[in-house]
Design a protein around this ligand. Sequence first.
Ligand code: PHE
Length: 450
Amino acid sequence: MKDRSNFSNKLGFVLAAAGSAVGLGNIWRFPYLAAQYGGGTFLLIYLILAVTFGFTLMIAEISLGRKTGLSAIGAFRSLDKRFNFLGILAVIVPVIIFPYYSVIGGWVVKYLFEYLRGSTSALAEDGYFPGFIADSAQAEIWFLLFGLMVAAVLFGGVKQGVERVAKVMMPLLVVLAVFVACYSVTRPGALEGVKYFLIPNFANFSWMTVVAAMGQMFYSLSIAMGILYTYGSYIKKDVDIEKSTKQVEIFDTAIAMLAGLMIIPAVFAFSGGDPDTLKAGPSLMFITLPKVFASMGFGTGAGILFFLLVLLAALTSAISLAESGVSTFEDQFGLSRRKSALLMGAVIVLFGSASALGFGALDFVSLLGMSILDLFDFLTNSLMMPLAALSTCILVTRVVGLDKISKEIEQSSRFKRKKMYYVFMKYLAPVCIVIILFSSIANVMGWIAM
Ligand code: PHE
């Protein structure tokens, strides 16, 4: 087998995995889900899932990648042909996520642009964001711009440069987020929001909370879509997989929690905890943060810096998403890189435009009670990813064998959480995923109210 080792050391791997993990999922998606699905209850369930499921699945994907030395599709094929459909899922998921990810990326670019122009107080006005996304031409242009940025980075050969810049800037994002979070939580009235976000209140529990938390965990950690197999195939045998996984998870979760602390208390301080704002969904970050920035000294500077850093984090995630899409296209359908990139580009423009226009020209389209963007998000995070995760559990326990995975991990270190790993992979994960899969289907079909 040729040596695919590409990451020069453990840190290289951790940084690459963190670059893929930390993105809009943490800063845009996590806070709005937490706000919508019961605050502290959501947070607690998310944390439990991340250290159990998330951890086991990440370890499984990384070690399968390292063991086979192949990316997801190759790994599935070399292990068992019956699991080829997992390869198809690994193509479909990034192809659906990337377009709508770029729509949100476009919103970030637009806000960065507006802060650069000094529109700080205009952005904080109530009608600004709904007005912006209802303007189809604008939504489309900013979406295309973000998509082009990703393409330019990927094909312009500056990918490593961008990743290097992002790595240096990420600590700055943490510092800025800590600063803004401190500002937010000390506003009058914000304490209610801090309590809402941090303290579980089981009156707020519903099955949808669990479904949402699980989908978010897959999404945020970049699991169940083939990416970690590829990264795993690049690492050397002496990298401690367990420890690296833990580091990526801690970093990813810390950023999500900071984003929650920036945004949710601000809903209470600036909008009086208005339930409609809490349930604003994908718009939440864009309607809440401008109010925070507008109310503070140096708000314009903070806005510029914040949206710039978020843009960088979004770019590194989008790059990993696009790469995984393009390379799985190549592997799965035997296309050349050029052809698969073109094909992927066409799909992106089509799906992305549909998502971008879903709040404007296409706002009459509502499927299963969701806007187009929400529908894509739901299909991937609540249906396809759990399905892929479930199949991974079956692949690991039935085909590869749990012992082989632990041997792979033990090549570099003691496997400390081996027992938990076995119990999860074999019993808890599959059972819970099946329950959750059915509840999310039943919920959208309106069979049960959750
Ligand atoms: N994990 C990224 C985020 O949180 C999104 C992503 C999903 C990236 C899947 C790659 C693959 O924003």
